[in-house]
Ligand binder design. Structure first.
Ligand code: DQA
Length: 145
């Protein structure tokens, strides 16, 4: 069997982890979280690409590249776009690749506006409130399919 390919896409302000609101998002910086994720699967037969952008259009380009490059699964943390980007909803729907939405924080126990995800209905699951381990859970879910 060919090696599975999983794309992890992180949206706006996630490159600021370790700097932004540490009480909510923790002290780990973005790069260390990326290494943590890759390290967890280093002995597994899976290729993990991790991408980040602060721009909505770029996130859509990443999703479309997952389609053109035949990725098997996508993990996306759309950041605040989660709560209002119908363009991302459409992009996730368009690619027909199983996609899991991840949030580091518990979006259901914060401000009202964070409880709504317009992107989650395009995904097979939403994982929240588990910090960086949410990404691990999401990848495991995709690999099980
Ligand atoms: C987040 C939650 C969003 O509401 C917020 O805008 C983010 C990060 C999370 O990972 O908990 O930027 O997606």
């Amino acid at each position: 069997m060919e090696m599975k390919k999983i794309m992890i896409i992180n949206g706006p302000n996630l490159n600021f982890l370790g700097i932004r609101e540490k009480g909510i998002y923790g002290n780990d910086d973005y790069e260390s979280i990326c290494s943590y994720i890759k390290g967890k699967f280093s002995d597994k037969d899976v290729r993990i690409d991790i991408l980040q952008s602060n721009s909505e259009g770029k996130l859509i380009d990443f999703l479309q590249s997952a389609y053109f490059r035949n990725f098997d699964g996508v993990v996306i943390n759309p950041g605040a776009y989660t709560h209002y980007s119908y363009a991302l909803f459409d992009a996730i729907k368009s690619i027909s690749i199983p996609t899991v939405e991840v949030h580091l924080s518990n979006i259901h126990e914060r401000e009202e506006f964070r409880k709504i995800s317009v992107t989650a209905p395009a995904c097979i699951a939403q994982i929240y409130g588990k910090g960086k381990d949410g990404y691990i859970e999401a990848i495991e879910l995709l690999l099980k399919r």
